[in-house]
Design a protein around this ligand. Structure first.
Ligand SMILES: [Zn+2]
Length: 139
């Protein structure tokens, strides 16, 4: 069984995040990709598909990054490209504009998930392909 803490940096997720931010500048333009560490989580079980956290306190000893986005590899592989894109968009939507000191803040979910995502893409994101279509169309 994979170690719960077996993680690895992810270029794949970083690339996808870069695309999403560049196509959705109005919403996400405040996010500086260089300040985010993207990583896979390789465990057998996970309570989340992906998780966005501020890197704070003692953890700043190990990195200059301010935010971590960890994606559970097993569920990533079980879903299609559109779902994956929506997942990363969802994670990026947690990140609010930095304050005057340059510190990011995260927004919590309303109810179970962001309500607007459910409205647009279905309760189980069954319409995730719409998101990817819009994204690829955007300049
Ligand atoms: Zn979330």
């Amino acid at each position: 069984m994979a170690d719960k803490y077996a993680m690895m940096k992810s270029k794949v997720v970083e690339k996808l995040a870069a695309e999403i931010i560049s196509k959705r500048k109005k919403e996400l333009g405040h996010i500086d990709l260089r300040e985010i560490q993207f990583a896979w989580r390789f465990s057998e079980k996970s309570k989340y598909h992906a998780r966005t956290k501020l890197i704070r306190g003692d953890n700043r000893i190990f990195t200059d990054k301010k935010i971590s986005i960890v994606v559970w590899r097993k569920s990533w592989k079980a879903h299609d490209e559109a779902w994956q894109a929506l997942l990363i968009y969802h994670e990026l939507k947690h990140i609010l504009e930095p304050n005057k000191k340059g510190e990011y803040r995260l927004v919590k979910h309303d109810v179970e998930d962001f309500a607007f995502l459910i409205k647009l893409y279905g309760i189980r994101w069954e319409k995730a392909s719409l998101f990817l279509e819009e994204l690829r169309k955007a300049v």
